[in-house]
Design a protein around this ligand. Structure first.
Ligand code: PHE
Length: 455
């Protein structure tokens, strides 16, 4: 008999689950990463591929993760093992959970560095450091920050500590409540920025850059990055959503919930892009500027608009909260496993995990200054951690989860757990999860490998 409850607790209702999962999904991936990788990969065609990946790969796999988590009612590692047993298969499927936990560490380490930049900008906006800024000065401030290892270390450490605090308390009411207020506020502020950029006189250029379809700009590498980002932005392939699913009520519908989460996540990313690119063009900045894009363009915009100091402060605050709620979900799979398997307290589990990700994060942040010359496959530690997780571990984890849900779990299990309204929709999900999603990931992997070997 499948369990009815997780030992870690349960969400109060379906909306809380939606909120928590959206909190996990909406983060730096949407506001910081999406615009800059869209910029680096030429915009339009990249965005389209990304949207297709969300639809055909992301949504079906998110449904699978939620159903496995809710069926297993434990940490992803143990839920994979339990559901495999229930379906009469080998417990080695727990390995997918292990790889996910490792990916969570790796992502956390560079995520926390970027979140540290956000905290620095919150403080800077708060004390009025960013008034009357030209794009050149904004660039200098950002690059100055990257060169300053000590400052980076302080903010990175602070971010790890606030995440540990929430993990230690369990995913508690405080966080649920905070998310309830902050997520809507984030939307409001994004729309304020959007309104500003619509008036910047370069909105059409920004729109065109994001939605103009020119397939000649697309490489297989860009397709891989779009696929990887679909996983990253929806928090898939490493167990975060599976862990959150294990706290979900049995009667709640998975299909509609997942669609809502994916739609909100996509909306935030597109609005962030539409807010940022017009500002890029209005200030003759380079859309392919890389990780600094948001940190250079937005302060310029805020310093020019009326009340910009206040909006800017609030905006970076919201980004900080978005990063916070995502980082919590990166740590939750590992924490849940330590508690249920080793009997650790939440506090001990969070300290242990915190120390590990903090140390990895130090390596990532030093790659902008002290260890900038240290490279692995031509990438700095920061770039490597980002690449290996988003473009390799998450798609691979997602591929295995799709195969597991589609081919290894019994039809009864998935049908019962999803309890979709119509047989037709269930059938469609099953075809997509068995054939379409795995094939898409496999083909994109294979073509990239081929290109790298051939080129
Ligand atoms: N989805 C988060 C974002 O877009 C990042 C994340 C990835 C969180 C994987 C959890 C797991 O910022």
């Amino acid at each position: 008999m499948p369990r009815t409850h997780s030992i870690h607790g349960a969400w109060a209702n379906r909306w809380i689950f939606i909120l928590a999962a959206t909190g996990s999904a909406v983060g730096l991936g949407n506001i910081w990463k999406f615009p800059y990788i869209a910029g680096e990969n030429g915009g339009g065609a990249f965005v389209l591929v990304y949207l297709v990946c969300i639809l055909l790969v992301g949504i079906p796999i998110m449904m699978s993760e939620v159903l496995i988590g809710r069926r297993g009612r434990q940490s992803p590692i143990n839920s994979m093992r339990e559901t495999a047993y229930e379906a009469g298969h080998h417990g080695r499927w727990a390995g997918v959970g292990w790889m996910g936990a490792l990916a969570g560490f790796f992502i956390f380490s560079f995520y926390s560095v970027v979140a540290g930049w956000v905290l620095y900008y919150i403080a800077g906006m708060g004390v009025g450091q960013f008034v009357d800024l030209g794009s050149e000065q904004a660039g200098q401030i950002f690059n100055g920050l990257l060169a300053d290892a000590e400052t980076l270390l302080i903010w990175h450490t602070l971010f790890v500590v606030i995440v540990m605090m929430v993990i230690a308390g369990g995913v508690n009411k405080g966080l649920e409540r905070a998310t309830r207020v902050l997520m809507p506020l984030l939307f409001v502020l994004l729309f304020v920025l959007l309104a500003y950029s619509m008036n910047s006189g370069h909105f059409a250029e920004g729109w065109d850059f994001l939605f103009h379809f020119d397939p000649s700009e697309l490489s297989w590498n860009a397709v891989l990055i779009a696929l990887g980002h679909a996983f990253f932005t929806l928090s898939l392939g490493m167990g975060s959503i599976m862990a959150y699913g294990s706290y979900m009520g049995k009667g709640d519908s998975i299909g509609g919930t997942v669609l809502t989460i994916a739609a909100l996540d996509t909306l935030v990313a597109l609005v962030a892009g539409l807010a940022i690119f017009p500002i890029v063009f209005a200030n003759q900045l380079d859309p392919g500027a890389g990780p600094g894009l948001m940190f250079i363009t937005l302060p310029v915009a805020f310093s020019q608009m009326a009340g910009g100091q206040v909006f800017g402060f609030l905006f970076f605050l919201m980004v900080g909260f978005a990063a916070w709620t995502s980082a919590i979900s990166l740590m939750e799979p590992g924490a849940a496993w330590l508690v249920e398997t080793l009997g650790m307290s939440r506090v001990r589990a969070s300290v242990l995990l915190g120390v590990v990700v903090w140390a990895l994060g130090v390596l990532a942040l030093s790659s902008f200054n002290i260890t900038a010359d240290l490279t692995l496959f031509g990438m700095t530690a920061f770039d490597f951690l980002d690449f290996i997780t988003a473009n390799v571990m998450l798609p691979l984890g997602g591929l295995l989860i799709a195969l597991f849900a589609g081919w290894y779990l019994t039809r009864e299990m998935t049908e019962d757990e999803l309890s979709l309204r119509s047989a037709l929709i269930y059938h469609a999900w099953r075809v997509v999860i068995r054939y379409v999603s795995p094939a898409a990931v496999a083909v994109i992997f294979a073509l990239n490998l081929y290109q790298k070997l051939a080129g």
